[in-house]
Design a protein. Structure first.
Length: 233
């Protein structure tokens, strides 16, 4: 898989100091969203505007699944991990006597995310807002009220409002369960967002993506690929 080869060839960035000079860094955005907030679609548009890859939950899982079945690629991913990353992973695994398949997944997830950080991208879900380098990741969350979320899901899936509410509750609970496990394993990681948007009254996804970009600019985050990176691609 070309995507994995590109990721494992990247230098891992772990610096979190606020004085980082962002001008030579590619845009890096971590997105969290509730179901029905249209966060995934907005994130796709955002990635297109920033000129960086888009990584959603399905793609992340596919990358990890592919790498886990290729010992050579997994070794290359491991080689990119610094002592800092390995210390984090050890702390995660140290709370259980026997590492579980879920622990192995977290192990691969962290390393793949941090390989992504050098090339830049918009990463949706999978606790990326807590696992990507804090100092250079713009973290945004999209939310919607149950009223608007269920209406959107009802129209999208052609189900009743009550059925849509059940879907929203189930999916949000699953997402919450995944992310709330991370602070328990990594008490020092911050879960705050740089920006939270309620999408109830917004229908223009393009405008919301532009709003995020404007906010990134105001906060000093890069919104375009560095010339050296762009020319090399």
């Amino acid at each position: 898989m070309e995507l994995i080869s590109a990721l494992v060839g990247a230098e891992v960035e772990t610096e979190t100091k606020p004085e980082i000079v962002h001008s030579n860094r590619p845009p890096l955005v971590a997105v969290s969203r509730t179901l029905g907030a249209d966060g995934t679609r907005i994130s796709q548009i955002l990635a297109e505007k920033l000129g960086v890859p888009f990584y959603d939950q399905a793609l992340m899982d596919a990358v990890i699944e592919e790498a886990s079945h290729d010992d050579h690629l997994m070794r290359r991913i491991d080689e990119r991990a610094t002592g800092f990353i390995n210390d984090l992973i050890y702390g995660m695994l140290n709370d259980t006597a026997r590492p579980s398949p879920k622990d192995a997944y977290y192990n691969a997830l962290i390393k793949v995310l941090l390989n992504i950080s050098r090339a830049g991208g918009v990463v949706v879900g999978r606790g990326s807002h807590m696992l990507l380098p804090v100092g250079r990741t713009f973290r945004v969350r999209f939310e919607a009220s149950m009223e608007h979320a269920s209406a959107r899901i009802s129209a999208r899936e052609n189900v009743s409002i009550e059925a849509a509410k059940a879907i929203v509750n189930r999916v949000n609970a699953e997402r919450e369960s995944f992310t709330t496990a991370l602070p328990r394993r990594y008490p020092s990681l911050r879960s705050a967002y740089d920006m939270t948007i309620n999408t109830d009254r917004f229908t223009n996804h393009d405008a919301l993506a532009e709003l995020v970009i404007q906010s990134m600019t105001m906060a000093g985050f890069p919104t375009r690929m560095p010339e050296t990176v762009a020319s090399a691609s």
